[in-house]
Design a protein around this ligand. Structure first.
Ligand code: DSN
Length: 415
């Protein structure tokens, strides 16, 4: 990478140094943030290209600027590939982020003051699913469903009762810290019973869905949104899938409703990533993501850690570190000292502030992109369990050395 940045090095040493340091940090640490991944060099080259210089407000064939012929080429490629991956009829690749995609759907389908039913943030939901801190919680009346206290899984009967009582205009499905498979068909049936629309935000699991390793929401939702940079392994951004009748409203809601010029360099990167997602190699990669998550979960539980819901069906696990006498904040800091990057996370029926939290969330997408396999999960589980269960004054160096050995054995591809 340093070779490719010679101009930046000469012109802006401060930014160059920060990029180089970040690259070194990513190389030397194992990134276990469940929502992160490592894009291919081809994706990063598209994102870093001259496509960033062009205004292209509008959509392919209907732009407000001249000179958009190659913008149309990349956006059409991104759209066609996205349609093929998820078998969707309507697609929009312009949302700058998952939050923008969700907001665009709300603006297309709801009126100010309508009712939405979404998953509670502390049970694994997302800010844009009706948190009072987010626009979705300010513009709409919100009620939240959570997981069952015993099973720590979604209980469809209690969600049905809640929906019948609240009569939402929209049910929002999807999560950012839920380790179990989501039953989209059951949500769709509930929505049919109460006359609600369904929006599935599949940001975390989009790569698994693309690979057929998690049930698809397409066919069981009026709208499907996602980010492009998590399991899907594309550049940072968002997307929307829907049915053709919603197309005109969604197009207008994204542009000019919510955004101006699309980020055409990012859309070029999305096109490349969507092309990658159509390959057999990608399907095998996703299978390894899930296998690694299961192996890591198993290894951690065997070493005495408590996992929310007792395991995982997808790419992430949620560890209840309160059970080991820690807070999420302390656990995150301890793991950082040995080169493991995780995030503190609230767990169902949380008793701490979100800035402290009782859990940590761990995901396998990025380490799987590096090539770590199931055998390495035993080593990783051993280090994580030892660091979380050791006394406060433990010496981190032996564990740091073990993490560094793994990081060196599996360098990030494409640097
Ligand atoms: N912030 C993302 C995550 O970490 O899951 C969700 O948007």
């Amino acid at each position: 990478m340093a070779d490719q940045l010679s101009e930046l090095k000469a012109k802006d040493a401060a930014v160059y140094q920060a990029i180089l340091q970040e690259e070194k940090r990513q190389q030397s640490h194992l990134e276990l943030i469940a929502s992160e991944n490592w894009t291919s060099l081809a994706v990063r080259q598209a994102v870093g290209s001259v496509m960033t210089d062009k205004y292209a407000e509008g959509y392919p064939g209907k732009r407000y600027y001249g000179g958009c012929e190659y913008m149309d080429v990349v956006e059409t490629l991104a759209q066609d590939r996205l349609r093929e991956i998820f078998h969707a009829e309507y697609v929009n690749v312009q949302p700058h982020s998952g939050a923008s995609a969700n907001t665009a759907v709300y603006f297309a389908a709801l009126k100010h003051g309508d009712r939405i039913l979404g998953m509670d943030l502390s049970h694994g939901g997302h800010l844009t699913h009706g948190s009072p801190a987010n626009l979705s919680g300010k513009f709409y009346q919100v009620r939240h469903y959570g997981v069952d206290r015993q099973t720590e899984r979604m209980d469809m009967d209690s969600i049905r009762s809640l929906a019948k009582d609240f009569q939402p205009q929209m049910i929002v499905v999807g999560a950012s810290a839920y380790p179990r498979e989501i039953d989209f068909e059951a949500f769709y049936q509930i929505a049919q019973e109460v006359g609600a629309l369904v929006m599935v935000d599949m940001a975390h699991i989009a790569g698994l869905v693309a690979a057929g390793l998690h049930g698809s929401p397409v066919g069981f939702a009026d709208f499907v949104t996602s980010t492009t940079h998590k399991t899907l392994r594309g550049p940072r951004g968002g997307l929307i899938l829907s049915t053709p009748e919603w197309g005109p409203k969604l197009d207008k809601s994204v542009f000019p409703g919510l955004q101006g010029g699309p980020l055409m360099n990012t859309i070029a990167g999305k096109a490349v990533a969507f092309g990658e997602a159509l390959t057999e190699e990608f399907r095998i990669y996703q299978a390894h993501v899930v296998e690694n998550a299961r192996a890591l979960a198993q290894g951690l539980m065997e070493r005495g850690l408590r996992l929310v819901s007792g395991g995982t069906d997808n790419h992430l696990l949620l560890i209840d570190v309160k059970h080991s006498g820690l807070t999420g904040k302390v656990a995150q800091a301890r793991l950082a000292r040995v080169g493991l990057t995780v995030n503190k996370n609230t767990i169902p029926f949380e008793t701490e502030k979100p800035t402290v939290a009782s859990g940590i969330r761990i995901g396998t997408p990025q380490i799987t992109t590096r090539g770590l396999g199931q055998n390495d999960m035993a080593e990783l589980a051993d280090v994580i369990a030892a660091v979380l269960q050791a006394p406060q004054d433990q010496d981190p160096d032996p564990y740091l050395a073990r993490v560094q050995a793994l990081a060196e054995a599996f360098p990030l591809p494409g640097i």
